[in-house]
Design a protein around this ligand. Structure first.
Ligand code: ZN
Ligand code: ZN
Length: 328
């Protein structure tokens, strides 16, 4: 595939074919061929989702505390969970930042925005976008992620949250695995809509939105109230029968996974081939134009509620009008 250059415009260093198509899995009538390709692309290749599952299984078997340990709250296993989450966010966000922005491993190829990460600008704590983003991700972000995970582990260990095992319920386990990102996208859409209510936007969500030109550290850089709302997606494990591997997958999806969707690049290239999806133009448009694309591309909510920006000039005009009205 050599479709990596040439799609430039006044606004973008790179953009995919526009207008953006509708890749939602919820289109009616269902298209079996499309659904099969969607499933194969996400679950039958070494996609970011499959890598997260592998990471979840490995860390559960080797590093995270066991369910028995989690039966009562104690500093040891809670700190262990916190340290691991800290390590995972640093490894993923730090690794991607190093590759794309320090080593410049891909140069400008497939990078959406022409700009880099800001320095010497008082908008940011420490006058540095990356350091500011690191601060919010590693303090408030890792704290809330760990807090919800620890409480959920305790609920599971004490039989309050329903549990299964992959061996006893393999079908349910796999189904839940496939559905968790869909649940998370549903939850994210509504939390995100709420965060764009002018009051909450001004005092909470604008912190994330200072990132117009995004990088890996931008993804999980949020105001504590936004972290609280965003990570509450994990409460699904309090109701739906799951297990610690599914919980850890969900934790990785929300925390380190946010770095993967905010690299500022569309894909990771290896030997000129697109090997890993690392960001979508869909969310990049949200960071540029704000009042559009609150959800993610696979889910239909933005289309259903009329907030879809397909990358065209018309959509930009509509979005700007909506923004003006909302913040009037
Ligand atoms: Zn974002
Ligand atoms: Zn937003």
């Amino acid at each position: 595939m050599s479709d990596t250059t040439g799609k430039q415009s006044r606004e973008w260093n790179y953009h995919p074919d526009l207008p953006l198509q509708d890749p939602s899995v919820f289109r009616w009538p269902p298209r079996p061929g499309f659904l099969l390709r969607w499933f194969a692309r996400n679950w039958l290749t070494l996609s970011e989702r499959v890598m997260m599952v592998i990471l979840a299984v490995v860390t559960w078997l080797t590093l995270y505390p066991s369910l028995e340990t989690a039966q009562s709250f104690a500093a040891g296993w809670i700190l262990q969970t916190w340290a691991l989450n800290m390590g995972l966010v640093i490894a993923v966000a730090g690794g991607l930042h190093w590759y794309f922005y320090m080593r410049k491993g891909q140069g400008m190829i497939l990078k959406f925005d022409r700009r880099g990460q800001a320095k010497g600008n008082r908008l940011w704590s420490f006058s540095n976008q990356v350091h500011d983003n690191m601060f919010w991700s590693l303090t408030s972000g890792v704290f809330f992620l760990t807090a919800f995970q620890v409480v959920t582990m305790w609920l599971m260990a004490n039989g309050i949250a329903p549990t299964i095992t992959p061996a006893s319920n393999p079908v349910w386990f796999v189904m839940t695995l496939v559905l968790l990102p869909i649940w998370s996208a549903f939850h994210f859409y509504w939390v995100h809509r709420l965060l764009h209510v002018p009051f909450l936007y001004k005092y909470v969500h604008s912190l994330h939105h200072r990132n117009v030109s995004i990088g890996p550290w931008s993804g999980f850089s949020m105001h504590p109230v936004e972290h609280l709302l965003y990570v509450s997606s994990l409460c699904i494990h309090w109701i739906v029968p799951t297990d610690p591997i599914l919980l850890i997958f969900h934790v990785i999806y929300l925390g380190p996974g946010a770095a993967m969707t905010h690299t500022g690049y569309e894909d990771l290239l290896i030997k000129d081939k697109r090997r890993l999806a690392l960001g979508t133009f869909y969310h990049q448009l949200h960071h540029r134009y704000y009042e559009c694309n609150y959800g993610n591309q696979e889910m239909p909510w933005d289309r259903w509620f009329g907030t879809f920006h397909d990358g065209s000039d018309d959509a930009t005009a509509t979005t700007r009008a909506r923004k003006k009205k909302m913040h009037a």
